[in-house]
Design a protein around this ligand. Structure first.
Ligand code: NAD
Length: 344
């Protein structure tokens, strides 16, 4: 199979592309390589993919539909699409709302229109988010739960993507699966996410900002558990049973962990105590996420197996290797220290 992976320079897109290449598939990566966070990290991911046979990279902005359609018209054989490109991040969506409209709404539309006109398309798998559960109080979050209370623009764009996709499945019979990811972490992870930011700050001796006075839980999901779930979804397009070949799944660990436990594991692995700057809850954040994965387990064989006690040390090992950290001296050399913080 030949798979178009959007967001291939990103965290999850990099891992999904590597997994597909390892399995013998042909992968066409597409990414605008935006500077939302360290472009050097994105280029390092792309560099590793480009060393493999059967990988080509297209540097394109999905919001520029004419350029995307023109470039993809010259690429034959694509029969599956994994659409992961997006402007991610909940807090950033208050500062740069139009980045979310362009990448997530216009970009998703570009992918849908491309797929609508792609002969031989077998399946489009796209990224949604646990944030669509918004202000829901019922836990764990199940795909049947109502999702009409988004509390960030990011969440609203992700829920809109699900509606747009359902509509295109209904109208044009495009087989689609939306995956609601829950706080994915691991090697090659995102510098704007808590685990990466905490690790960098603790090694630097800088305080870490912990919101809601640390009273938060997240269903931290290890990337090597996520990727087989994405590919299992890709391998089994939905049928047309409900009037549209479209379905949604949660991809989470099914095991919410207190944020303070994550920090304790990190401190143990770094051999240093964190200086904690407790802050109030941030607008747009939710207190707890917890995935009901009974449907993804049943239909996709999705089976997350990595608790944070195992996943966090693996992330720390990667972080040390990537940045050349000498933790015994309690010091580290970041290749691009100033880029570890997302632009805002
Ligand atoms: N990582 C998580 O915990 C998590 C949780 C929920 C949902 N998601 C979703 O999963 C997907 C992948 O997330 P990630 O963590 O790998 O994020 P990421 O930011 O590392 O990757 C997204 C990639 O999309 C690219 N991109 C952004 N705008 C683009 C555009 N207009 N055109 C082309 N490329 C563009 C970026 O350059 C980036 O490389 C996203 O859709 C995200 O919203 C991730």
């Amino acid at each position: 199979m030949t798979v178009l992976v959007t967001g291939a320079a990103g965290f999850i897109g990099y891992h999904v592309s590597a997994f597909l290449l390892e399995r013998g598939e042909t992968v066409v990566g597409l990414d605008a390589v935006t500077d939302y966070y360290d472009v050097g990290l994105k280029e390092a991911r792309v560099g590793r993919l480009e060393r493999r046979d059967r990988f080509t990279m297209l540097r394109l902005d999905l919001a520029d539909r004419d350029a995307v359609f023109a470039a993809l018209a010259g690429v034959g054989g694509i029969d599956r699409v994994v659409h992961l490109a997006a402007q991610a991040g909940v807090r950033h969506s208050r500062d740069r709302p139009f980045a979310y409209v362009d990448a997530n709404l216009v970009g998703h539309m570009t992918v849908l229109e491309y797929c609508r006109h792609l002969p031989g398309l077998k399946h489009l798998v796209y990224a949604s988010s646990s944030s669509v559960y918004g202000a829901n109080a019922k836990l764990p979050f199940a795909v049947e739960d109502r999702t009409d209370t988004p509390i960030s623009l990011y969440a609203a764009t992700k829920r809109a993507n699900e509606h747009m996709s359902y509509c295109y499945s209904h109208l044009y019979g495009i087989p689609q699966t939306g995956l609601r990811f829950f706080t994915v972490y691991g090697p090659w992870g995102r510098p704007d996410m808590a685990l990466f930011k905490f690790t960098a700050a603790i090694l630097d001796g800088r305080p870490i900002e912990v919101f809601n006075d640390g009273d938060m839980k997240r269903d931290f999901t290890y990337v090597d558990d996520v990727v087989p779930g994405v590919v299992a979804a890709l391998d089994s397009p939905p049928d047309n049973a409900n009037g549209a070949p479209h379905r949604l799944y949660n991809i989470g660990n099914n095991r919410p962990e207190p944020l303070m436990r994550l920090i304790a594991i990190l401190e143990d692995n770094l051999g240093t105590k964190a200086k904690i700057d407790f802050r109030p809850m941030q607008p747009g954040d939710v207190k707890e996420t917890y995935a009901d994965i009974s449907a993804s387990r049943r239909d996709l064989g999705f089976a997350p197996a990595t608790p944070i006690d195992i996943g966090v040390p693996r992330f720390v090992d990667w972080f040390r290797g990537y940045h050349g950290v000498d933790t015994r001296a309690g010091r580290w050399r970041a290749r691009q220290d100033s880029n570890l913080r997302p632009r805002d």
